[in-house]
Write a protein that binds this ligand. Structure first.
Ligand code: NAP
Length: 502
């Protein structure tokens, strides 16, 4: 199956495969499921029911499984036309790719047993996966890289490959290079095609230097941290607070007032008991899930309160704003307001993120959208609203899940890959430093006790909070033009091999 618009490249590749005896079908995004010609279909790739119908049509009367998918959605131009705002294209390309992968995953797995089963994803960032700086509309496809890598993690026998082509390659050259990649028979997951040949990504070991470059933060600075009141980004806020800047912290949680005297000072076990007692005293039925929810809320509020106090105690001027960064209007307004009130925004750390881990086959499009948009829509609002001339640094908190793919994290992996490539693009254009840090697991934040046990049993080390913060500050201090996409982790080699959580 060739997925994407009909153009010179898809037509030539389809013809080449057909001449080798493959049954080639092209699927073009459209409004309704329909067969356009003997070997071409249209479907609305946002609609699960249409994808099911399409799947039946592709299987034909003999019910043959799909043996391979060549995803050209990222090479099309449907989003370059006026009227499509920035958020639409990255989301649509991931939604369509994810829905198709989910519908055809079982076929690919079955075909892999018979020697087929490949998923090849094409992008045209710059032939180097954006490291030379891709621009819209090509950049919009960056999230699909993460979907491909996670598909491979969840289905080790399915052969996955991301191929990123330099846009200036002539179509006939591109077609022959793509064919070479399809028959290469290697297990490379990321291959770039440039005018100078085949290009590969290597992780380059680069010890964190925690001394040498001055941190561009002082008592006059204004720094915004999304997610900065809670989790590992709050540790970053506390690390910055000692330099006494003005910190603007953002999260969805309402600003917590003082804790009720009925629960104040109780540890988790006593808190649970007290909440049960209080529910009974009110004559309410005790619902354990409700008690857990209330308890978690109280514990989270305590941590937020303590973090805000710690930042102030260190000398920072602190304000907390309760808003959802997916809401471009509200988030954009906050950014405008900061510029209006202070006339500057020196640095931003974008740490807001969520996980809702599920394998591709169980993941709903709604959950995918929630995880993806939390990171991506907000990053695009930042890209649109920040004033690069006065911005000294912008840091995206990404994850090794973006770099390596990760079982159960198709949406998170896609979102983090988008941040990586956006950072590459902005770092080229903006005078300040833009970096996307692919963190390995920290000893804090979204790491659950269950994951902690899993890592301990596998011998993986977690990043201690103070070391993570020191590494972050070192990255912020580096001059622009240093690598815009980095991995910071303990046990990197094990991770890339095993594709563990986060
Ligand atoms: N912890 C790790 O090991 C690890 C590893 C790799 C990468 N990271 C990345 O580091 C960042 C922080 O992770 P964490 O472990 O600290 O997670 P966490 O403990 O769950 O904290 C997430 C933070 O993001 C905020 N947030 C989530 N959705 C938001 C939204 N829509 N609008 C505004 N704020 C939102 C949360 O505040 P509210 O709940 O109040 O909204 C919270 O402050 C994430 O981007 C994550 O992907 C973490």
């Amino acid at each position: 199956v060739i997925l994407g618009e009909v153009h010179e490249v898809t037509a030539a590749l389809g013809a080449a495969l057909a001449s080798e005896g493959y049954r080639v079908r092209q699927v073009v995004p459209g409004e309704a499921v329909r067969q356009v010609s003997a070997d071409r279909y249209e479907a609305n790739l946002s609609a699960a029911d249409q994808l099911r119908q399409l799947h039946e049509l592709l299987a034909g009367p003999d019910g043959s499984p799909v043996g391979g998918v060549l995803n050209f959605l990222g090479l099309g131009q449907p989003f370059a036309r006026p009227g499509c705002d920035d958020e639409v294209a990255p989301w649509k390309l991931c939604e369509w790719t994810f829905n198709t992968v989910k519908e055809l995953e079982e076929d690919l797995r079955a075909s892999a047993q018979e020697g087929g089963g490949w998923f090849v994803n094409f992008t045209a960032l710059d032939g180097k996966f954006g490291l030379d700086g891709a621009e819209a509309p090509a950049l919009a496809a960056a999230g699909t890289l993460g979907i491909t890598k996670t598909l491979g993690r969840e289905n080790p026998r399915v052969r996955v490959k991301n191929i990123d082509a330099d846009r200036s390659l002539e179509p006939h050259v591109l077609v022959s290079r793509l064919i070479q990649e399809l028959i290469a028979g290697d297990d490379l997951v990321e291959v770039g095609l440039t005018r100078h040949g085949r290009w590969r990504l290597h992780l380059h070991r680069d010890p964190v230097q925690t001394a040498g470059w001055p941190l561009p933060v002082d008592a006059d600075s204004v720094v915004l941290l999304t997610g900065g009141a809670y989790g590992v980004t709050a540790a970053a806020a506390k690390g910055l607070a000692v330099h006494k800047p003005r910190l603007i912290l953002v999260g969805r949680s309402a600003s917590p007032g003082p804790e009720d005297s009925q629960t104040r000072g109780l540890d988790a076990a006593d808190l649970r008991k007290r909440l049960i007692e209080l529910a009974r005293a009110r004559g309410e039925r005790v619902v354990p899930a409700e008690i857990e929810r209330t308890m978690n809320r109280l514990l989270k509020d305590r941590e937020i309160r303590a973090n805000l106090i710690a930042c102030q105690a260190a000398g920072a001027k602190v304000e907390y704003h309760a808003l959802d960064v997916r809401n471009a209007g509200a988030f954009g307004q906050l950014l405008d307001d900061v510029y209006q009130r202070f006339g500057r925004l020196d640095g931003v750390i974008h740490g807001a993120g969520i996980i809702e881990d599920m394998r591709i086959r169980d993941k709903t499009p709604e959950s995918f959208a929630k995880v993806f948009r939390t990171k991506v829509n907000s990053a695009l609002t930042l890209a649109n609203k920040l004033r690069p001339d006065s911005l000294k640094f912008l840091v995206f908190f990404a994850s090794v899940s973006g770099r390596f793919g990760n079982t159960g994290q198709v949406d998170y992996s896609a979102a983090n890959e988008f941040l990586n490539k956006l950072a590459c693009s902005l770092n080229r254009q903006w005078p300040g430093r833009v970096v996307s840090i692919n963190w390995g697991p920290w000893d804090g934040g979204m790491i659950s006790d269950e994951l902690r046990r899993l890592y301990a049993s596998a011998g993986f080390q977690l990043i201690p909070l103070d070391e993570g913060v020191a590494a972050l500050l070192a990255e912020i201090g580096l001059p622009r033009r240093q690598s815009p996409e980095v991995v910071i982790s303990c046990s990197v080699e094990q991770m890339s091999r095993w594709g563990v959580k986060v």
